[in-house]
Design a protein around this ligand. Sequence first.
Ligand SMILES: [Zn+2]
Length: 314
Amino acid sequence: MNVGRELAIGVDIGGTNLKLGAVRPNGELLAHESVPLQKNPDGRADIRALSVHVDRFIQRLPHGCRIAGIGVSCPGLLDTRNRKILHAVNLKWENVALDSFVKPPGGVPVYLEYDALAGALGEKHYGAAQGLPNFLYVCIGTGIGASLFVNGEPYRAGLVSSLNLGHMSIAFDGLSCACGNKGCLEKYVSAPAMRMRLNGKNQSSGDGPDSDLLQLAAQAAASGDLQAAELFRDAGQKLAIGLVNCLQLFGATTVVIGGGVSQAGNLLLDPARDELAARYRYAVSPVGLVQARFPTLAGVMGAAATVFAEEKLI
Ligand SMILES: [Zn+2]
């Protein structure tokens, strides 16, 4: 590993995992790790453990690395300017100051960004959305988050700069959701929802890793497993309904699908493309539906890109 050159630390706080990466301005990922997010007995994400992981990751970097800053990707409602997590349901955090647990060496700057927007930034600077001024990024994992770029800039409305696509209804009298709505997209197209359908359970099987789904996808692709293929076909079609609703509003010409579930690739995307074409005939131009380059690391890459952009290094 070359040392002595600038890098940014990308920290992605997810509902189940904490991911960290050391990234160069050109997108080279020098080191990364993923650890389970530790939670207190009351279910709150353990702030102290998180702080220890970040410190330890930085200390393990070779001596001489110049850290330009630390970028943190987080779910929930954020005050990014003042680096505060106002409300994060999955973490059970209320009014948590980022500065209380990310204390960088040498006083380097720290930036906070919405997880969906960080993912989009990762794809925009280093992945499938490079060079695209207008695109919709959709991250499908435990839930579904999205972010929209218009004329090269992320859509922002006040404090909010992510789209809550997972709680857009695609069925008038569909499955009940904790948010109060019915037929929310993520009740059908998310890792827990798809696992639940696979297992034939009435209750979600939780927020565990997506590896079981991915193994199934690989199995389906290799052996022509019709049941597995049907799971992804159905999810792809329902995903397309949600995307059409978005596209009717915003008219993006490219949709980048990321998150753990996107690793199913064309098992999910081909049915989505067919359904999208059938339901979105008045598109100004054909819509490209593409797989993210970083299905699980876009948040880390985007958090690092946030640092480089703010520090005028990219
Ligand atoms: Zn909902």
